[in-house]
Design a protein. Structure first.
Lengths: 241, 296
């Protein structure tokens, strides 16, 4: 039977006084690609920030490998094996490609010891990065920056990789490449929690998806089930494509 | 304007100015680091320097410990002091933005100045060792050994801080975190740890500069403020966040001041440094060695 890597149970999340997530539950199975989809302001990024410890839930539980993540500081959550590639990539633009990658292994002495091996692995996945190691990250193209952001997150050798809008602002053929990369990462055994607005392609590669609407969980199901669902088609596919 | 009476005097003025500027430079590196990573204008940097001067004076008069040893003895003390000041005073306030932190820094400055005046009296003190007046003579040019030492220490401190930032994981973390603290935190780089470290290093540099001041000049509890201002000017000349730039900015400032005093009148030294400050801010808002050119 499939093993749950992460489960989020009945969480409520606030920004100050404003509630952003209302009684939401979802889970991510080991080795799966799970997507959170929905329009702007649906609470997708909030959910990722909640898991990575920046905005812990007011009520409800986050369990990872059976242990609670509630109220752990962000650095401890990285140490447990969860890496978060934020929206807009947020590279250190003035640092070189290599320095960005090295900082990806900052979190623990273990990660630092494995640095050489992690670097080799990232370069095997993304050979282009190796040609540019001494270039400031800000001089890379949008697609290369996204790849570097993923590479940087891989440096801590995470079990769960959370990607927030990896295709945002990229040219269409690069978007294709990004979805290929995500599939490749899964084949390497990495579990992926994907937040996207690019609904059609996201559902094609995901094993399971949750649909959020203004902070509420509206629908869930396997990719093809959602794509075939008339309600879903009306709200999402009509809107996005 | 006075004409240059002799080449020797002119060279002497340049050397003195450069060496004087090293103390500005030392204070400026710390200020630049702290501003670069936390956007805090730590106006109390000068008061921290003078505190180190008093410690040096204390060690020297009470235990006759050589002031040279104080460079090493005071390093851990000021490193800890910097860490404590950040944890106790700035950690919470830093989130509130630049104005509250500037006010806080100002408060810390006043507090330390008054405390020093209480402890050591407002009288001017100085540290006079056997080698205070010794100097290296090259023809008609004299360079005091102490100033020469300050110069070497200034360059060494700049190189050490530079290597720390470029070569070590923590140094890279400081640079990354100063560019994007949230992204750094996502990678497990604790912003509080980075800020504590940066503050500790910045105040350690103030300590080094303070020992240098004690060895070179008479000082009183309020002597530091002018160094804070000059260090700010040096940082503006060198460019925020550039360690080498801050040091060179300090040296240039000392050089301009001393040339101005010599060529015009000594009363103009301060006016000249602030005029340079304004000119640099107007024409090179990112500093002479700033990052604007590298920005994407």
């Amino acid at each position: 039977m499939e093993k749950k890597l992460l489960s989020v149970e009945n969480v409520n999340v606030f920004y100050g006084d404003a509630q952003a997530i209302w009684d939401v539950s979802f889970h991510v199975n080991q080795g799966a690609i799970v997507a959170l989809i929905g329009a702007n302001g649906a609470g997708k990024s909030t959910a990722l920030n909640m898991i990575s410890g920046f905005n812990p839930p007011a009520t409800g539980r986050i369990l990872y490998e059976g242990k609670s993540l509630n109220n752990l500081p962000p650095e401890e959550i990285v140490n447990r094996g969860i890496s978060h590639v934020p929206e807009g990539r947020r590279l250190f633009k003035r640092l070189t490609v290599l320095e960005n990658l090295e900082l990806g292994a900052f979190n623990s002495t273990d990660s630092r010891k494995r640095m050489k091996q992690s670097l080799e692995e990232v370069f095997r996945l993304f050979p282009k990065l190796e040609d540019r190691i001494n270039q400031p990250a800000g001089t890379l193209s949008g697609g290369e920056q996204q790849i570097l952001a993923i590479g940087r997150a891989m440096m801590s050798q995470p079990k769960l990789l959370m990607l927030d809008e990896p295709s945002l602002g990229l040219a269409p053929q690069i978007v294709e490449l990004m979805f290929d990369i995500i599939t490749q990462l899964r084949e390497k055994g990495i579990t992926i929690l994907l937040v996207e607005q690019n609904v059609y392609q996201t559902l094609r590669i995901s094993d399971y998806a949750y649909v959020l609407q203004t902070g509420h969980l509206k629908m869930e199901g396997r990719g093809e089930e959602l794509l075939a669902d008339p309600d879903f088609q009306k709200t999402f596919l009509g809107m996005v494509y | 304007m006075v004409t240059i009476s002799s080449l020797d005097v002119f060279i002497q003025v340049i050397i003195n100015g450069t060496l004087y500027g090293c103390i500005y430079g030392l204070a400026a590196i710390g200020l630049s680091l702290i501003f670069g990573s936390m956007q805090i204008i730590f106006i109390a940097q000068g008061a921290m320097m003078v505190l180190a001067s008093y410690f040096t004076y204390w060690f020297f008069t009470l235990t006759s410990i050589d002031p040279l040893l104080c460079f090493i003895l005071l390093l851990p003390v000021f490193y800890a002091l910097g860490a404590i000041i950040y944890r106790v005073c700035f950690k919470r306030v830093a989130r509130a933005g630049k104005n509250p932190t500037l006010l806080l820094a100002f408060g810390i400055m006043v507090l330390f100045e008054r405390a020093m005046a209480l402890l050591w009296s407002p009288d001017t003190r100085s540290v006079t060792t056997d080698y205070t007046t010794m100097s290296l003579s090259l023809g008609n040019i004299n360079i005091s050994y102490i100033r020469l030492l300050v110069f070497v220490i200034g360059i060494a401190a700049t190189i050490i801080v530079f290597l720390f930032l470029k070569k070590t994981m923590w140094g890279k973390a400081v640079r990354g975190s100063s560019e994007d603290p949230h992204a750094a935190a996502l990678l497990g780089i604790s912003p509080v740890k980075v800020a504590t470290l940066t503050f500790a290093i910045g105040i350690s540099l103030a300590g080094v500069a303070g020992v240098a001041v004690a060895m070179s000049y008479p000082f009183d509890p309020y002597f530091g403020f002018i160094f804070s201002l000059k260090a700010l000017v040096a940082v503006a000349i060198g460019g925020m966040g550039s360690v080498g730039g801050a040091f060179i900015g300090g040296v240039l400032l000392g050089l301009f001041e001393s040339l101005g005093s010599y060529l015009i009148s000594s009363g103009w030294a301060d006016a000249i440094s602030y005029a340079i400050f304004l000119i640099v801010l107007i024409f090179f808002p990112e500093g002479l060695f700033g990052r604007s050119a590298k920005k994407v």
